[in-house]
Design a protein around this ligand. Structure first.
Ligand code: HEM
Length: 136
């Protein structure tokens, strides 16, 4: 399976990494700005290992989703339930992918293109069909 726009997504991530370096702090700052209640969930994560590991999983999930799609769709459905147990509301969980996109777009700055915008919009739309509450 190949996602239409996969090349644009990959290119945007490469540019963001080259221009912005490690986006971890910026992404979590954006998350805590949009969903302040989530900051307390990481209070034990003093060194940032959990945040780093979670974000690595999110990027791997995106790469699998736009590539072979071996597990990403099932992983998202499973994690939404696990995260509900951590106290993460499903809408906050689902919004995380958009927060990543916003930060990637900010890091790409003038290198962000209309085709990247379109590819990410399609990706977020499709991800959101999996990242819905099981009860919904
Ligand atoms: C608002 C969105 C999210 C919040 C607030 C959140 C919160 C958390 C918290 C608090 C933990 C640590 C749980 C613990 O060890 O006690 C965690 C772990 C994890 N999260 Fe998230 N999460 C969010 C979105 C996501 C998304 C979208 C994914 C993947 C698709 C994901 C994947 C994971 C994974 C794999 C772990 C385990 C990391 C590890 O310790 O190796 N999370 N998350």
């Amino acid at each position: 399976m190949s996602f239409e726009g996969a090349a644009e997504i990959e290119r945007s991530l490469e540019i963001a990494a080259a221009r912005g370096g490690d986006l971890t702090d910026a992404i979590y700052a954006r998350l805590f700005g949009a969903f302040p209640e989530t900051e307390a969930l990481f209070v034990m994560d003093k060194g940032g290992q959990v945040r780093g590991s979670m974000l690595a999983h999110v990027f791997e999930t995106i790469f699998d989703f736009i590539g072979e799609r071996r597990y990403a769709h099932r992983f998202i459905r499973a994690e939404i339930v696990t995260h509900d147990g951590y106290g993460v509301a499903p809408d906050a969980f689902a919004a995380f992918f958009g927060i990543v996109r916003d930060e990637v777009r900010a890091a790409c700055a003038s290198d962000w293109t209309a085709s990247m915008e379109e590819a990410w919009r399609r990706l977020l739309d499709e991800l959101h069909t999996y990242a819905v509450s099981p009860a919904a």
